[in-house]
Write a new protein. Structure first.
Length: 437
């Protein structure tokens, strides 16, 4: 009993056939190929051309004519045929198509690079048609998201700009800009100082070299002069050049020292100006804050004194009706005692309550008078303390003014002495020049 071997299950299309089923080149495996051929039942669609395995690559004239006409309809004329895709790439392409591909074409999801690492010329036209639509959708989605993000950013920037314009200029920005400019100015001044100092060091080294060279040539000239006068005269030219270079180096060194002194003077003057400006600003701010606090304290004291005065007025006017009521109650009690003797027990209790109320009202009136005296004394004390503060501030300001005046007088005296000294010195120079002539 013989059993026929079942045909293997084939799933993927063979690469030697196009999508219509026409053979591109003969399949070397023939019927034993593990991929779907047009004669297999798994071949999708209508089989246009049945395949018959041949050992040679020759085809009938009718098949060649049909193939040429089909190529003219399917591809442009004058071009070569599409090269065959590798079998592994074809397998991976069909496998990726059958798997579940996520539909969210966002920026975080990327397809498998191994399945798309094939050149564009090796992809069949059908695969390009299938992958074109998702890529276009993904591009459209990315473009829409980028446009939305750009619009949101523009709206946020516009709102921030309007808010900054509505709130007005920020004083901290100006102060930061001024501080930056001041720092840059000081940095440039210190750069000048460093550059001049470096040049002075170089000139000093060069001057030392010139001095050593001059000393060496002088020794050589002295030695040659002992031998002969002509040999000593041969060194006169180099010695003259060395003397000229030495004089130039010394002059340049003196000029650099003068520039260094001017640079340091500029730095110190800038420091003094900044220090005086900052001190003046701080003093002005402190004076303004003290004035503001004094004004607030005075206003609060005035409001408290007015409220206490109104309260004391109300308290001082209230005891008179109470006293009149007490007299009336006493008269009524006396009349009641005279008219009705059985109610003496109840009247005695009421009399005790009335006496207690009267004593409390009298004590309250005494306390109100004391409070009135205290409130009258409190504004005067506040006024005295405020006057003391203002007087002290005025004294300090006067002292500072006097010290500034003294400093200005001293500066004027120094300037006057310097001018006199310069005039005297110039006169001496002129007299010496006349004497020399």
């Amino acid at each position: 009993m013989s059993f026929s071997k079942p045909a293997p299950y084939k799933k993927y299309q063979c690469r030697y056939f196009d999508e219509t089923g026409y053979p591109l080149t003969p399949c070397k495996q023939g019927d034993q190929c593990r991929f779907v051929h047009p004669e297999d039942p798994q071949w999708p669609g209508v089989k246009c051309y049945p395949y018959f395995h041949k050992n040679t690559s020759s085809y009938s004239s009718r098949a060649r004519h049909d193939y040429d006409s089909d190529r003219r309809h399917r591809s442009p004329s004058g071009g070569r045929g599409v090269p065959l895709a590798p079998q592994g790439a074809l397998y991976r392409r069909f496998k990726v198509e059958e798997e579940d591909i996520p539909l969210n074409y966002d920026s975080n999801w990327k397809p498998d690079s191994t399945s798309r690492r094939r050149p564009a010329s090796q992809e069949p036209s059908g695969d390009r048609r299938r992958t074109a639509e998702p890529s276009e959708k993904r591009k459209a989605t990315d473009q829409t998201e980028s446009n939305a993000e750009t619009t949101n950013k523009n709206i946020i920037n516009a709102s921030n700009a309007s808010a900054s314009n509505s709130t007005g200029p920020n004083p901290h920005v100006d102060s930061d800009a001024e501080a930056k400019e001041r720092a840059e100015r000081f940095v440039s001044m210190f750069k000048d100082v460093a550059m001049v100092s470096s040049q002075i060091i170089q000139d000093t080294v060069l001057l030392d070299q010139e001095e050593r060279k001059l000393q060496t040539f002088n020794e050589i000239s002295t030695t040659l002069a002992k031998i002969s006068a002509s040999s000593a005269a041969s060194v006169a030219g180099p010695i003259a050049d060395i003397l000229l270079a030495h004089a130039q180096s010394k002059e340049r060194l003196d000029e650099n020292f003068r520039l260094l002194g001017a640079a340091w003077e500029k730095v110190f003057n800038s420091f003094m100006v900044e220090f005086s400006t900052g001190l003046e600003n701080k003093l002005q701010a402190a004076l303004a804050s003290v004035k503001n606090e004094a004004r607030l304290a005075l206003n609060s004291n005035n409001s408290e004194s007015q409220s206490l005065k109104r309260r004391s007025d109300r308290i001082s006017t209230s005891p008179e009706p109470e006293r009149q009521g007490d007299r009336r109650s006493i008269n009524r009690r006396q009349n009641r005692d005279q008219n009705s003797s059985p109610a003496r027990g109840r009247s005695s209790t009421r009399d005790y309550k009335r006496r207690r109320l009267a004593s409390s009202s009298r004590s309250y009136s005494r306390e109100s008078r004391q409070n009135k005296g205290e409130t009258a004394a409190r504004p005067s004390m506040a006024q005295v303390s405020l006057d003391d503060i203002l007087n002290q501030m005025k004294m300090k300001i006067d002292q500072q003014t006097d010290s500034l005046q003294k400093l200005s007088k001293e500066n004027e005296e120094v300037n006057r002495r310097l001018t006199l000294y310069l005039v005297h010195f110039r006169g001496i120079e002129s007299l010496s020049g006349i004497a020399q002539k």
